[in-house]
Ligand binder design. Structure first.
Ligand SMILES: Cc1cc2nc3c(=O)[nH]c(=O)nc-3n(C[C@H](O)[C@H](O)[C@H](O)COP(=O)(O)OP(=O)(O)OC[C@H]3O[C@@H](n4cnc5c(N)ncnc54)[C@H](O)[C@@H]3O)c2cc1C
Length: 368
């Protein structure tokens, strides 16, 4: 009998580990959405109406042998996964890959593709009738959204407010101050050229009077007395790891912020057969799709080793701070240790036009 591997969550990490083990195990991928969401391109999808459909990839052709169960794990202990429907999956190996949530539109809380596309289109239409946009947060999401907004409509006023004194000051979640000054300087230069107004080192005295994403003209004041006028605003901070389903002794691995402790082999401490990957993990590195994919490769290799009776497992070493941050289709900056800083042209070549959808078409069996 082949081993059963339950993979919880079909994001970047979950799809990679599920596909990599499909030929040696009975893989069950548990995911409440009806389609994978390519978050990396989510911000383009609210400014360019050609993009919302391109963000979604149906799971139908992801696996040859394994199955994808459209449901949510409500309880996971050392050996079994309980789904929202009440079904229990008894597994030899469990891979936790439930990632993180983030305010819309960077991540989309709607689980059906049609509803998610409708929400992105509605935000596109709301933005089209907004002359002033306020973004709270000068991290990667705030900067990328500002770049998309300006590239799509240069005459629109875009203001970013952040209590930190510089852009990308928090590094990426879990990685304090990981980026070099030369990257920040290049991003500031390009944002300035686009006409994005950076209001740093202060915060709003009060939250705006409208909900995020609601079109309603307002003026807001910062604690240092600056007045900002806008028609719509978005929250561009607040990532939360998704791990509320952990039960029994697995719950001991859960930190207060929802992230989950892992060993070098990416197992939960004290667990031989339960692994965690991606944004969920408490690893000291930037939370990135690229890292989630690398975790998945290590875990797939380790589960293969265990299935074949081996015990020499591979360890994962967190990578250095790397990012490729587009500011619209033709702008942006990138940085990686060993590569250094790359400017707008290289970033656009790496990421600008197709936002890395090509490899996903292949993964989901949609390549021509
Ligand atoms: C706007 C934006 C741009 C980004 N750009 C880049 C980039 O250019 N490069 C890069 O490397 N990274 C980028 N990232 C980061 C990247 O999106 C995340 O690091 C990545 O999504 C993490 O993948 P993951 O598999 O850990 O989790 P996720 O992608 O969050 O997937 C988790 C999955 O688990 C499912 N799930 C949740 N709860 C349950 C449950 N109880 N049961 C079953 N399933 C569940 C969810 O529905 C989801 O499908 C970007 C992020 C954003 C928001």
């Amino acid at each position: 009998m082949p081993a059963t591997v339950a993979v919880i969550g079909g994001g970047y990490g979950g799809i990679t580990v599920a596909k990599a083990l499909d030929d040696v195990a009975d893989v069950v991928l548990v995911e409440p959405r009806d389609a994978f969401v390519h978050n990396v391109a989510a911000l383009r999808a609210v400014v360019d109406p050609a993009w919302p459909e391109r963000l979604f990839f149906g799971y139908e052709r992801l696996l040859d042998r394994g199955r994808v169960v459209r449901d949510r794990a409500v309880r996971v202990d050392g050996t079994a996964v309980t789904l929202g429907s009440g079904e229990r999956i008894i597994a030899d190996y469990i891979v936790l890959a439930t990632g993180s949530a983030y305010p819309f539109p960077a991540k989309i809380p709607i689980e059906d593709r049609a509803g998610a596309i409708a929400a992105l289109r509605a935000t596109h239409d709301d933005l089209a009738r907004s002359d002033g946009v306020l973004l709270l947060g000068a991290g990667p999401v705030g900067l990328e959204l500002a770049g998309e907004l300006k590239a799509a409509r240069p005459d629109r006023a875009v203001t970013i407010v952040d209590p930190a004194g510089d852009v990308l000051a928090g590094g990426l979640s879990g990685l304090a101050g990981g980026f070099p000054e030369e990257l920040r300087a290049e991003l500031r230069r390009q944002l300035d050229a686009l006409g994005v107004e950076l209001v740093l080192g202060t915060s709003l005295a009060e939250q705006p009077p409208s909900e995020p994403g609601e079109v309603k003209a307002f003026s807001a004041t910062t604690v240092d007395g600056r007045r900002i006028v806008a028609d719509i605003w978005f929250r561009c901070y607040g990532v939360v790891a998704t791990s509320d389903y952990l039960a029994g002794e697995l719950a001991n691995a859960r930190r207060a912020n929802g992230q989950v402790e892992v060993t070098a082999e990416l197992r939960l401490p004290g667990q031989d057969r339960v692994f965690a990957i991606g944004d969920l993990t408490a690893l000291p590195e930037a939370k990135m799709a690229k890292a989630a994919g690398e975790h998945a490769e290590v875990v797939a290799g380790n589960i293969r080793t265990l299935i074949s009776g081996g015990d020499r497992l591979a360890g994962y070493r967190p990578g250095g701070p790397a990012i490729s941050l587009p500011l619209g289709p033709a702008g942006g900056a990138s940085y990686a240790p060993g590569v250094g800083l790359l400017g707008a042209e290289d970033t656009a070549r790496l990421k600008g036009a197709d936002l890395r959808t090509g490899p996903l078409r292949e993964t989901f069996g949609q390549a021509e």
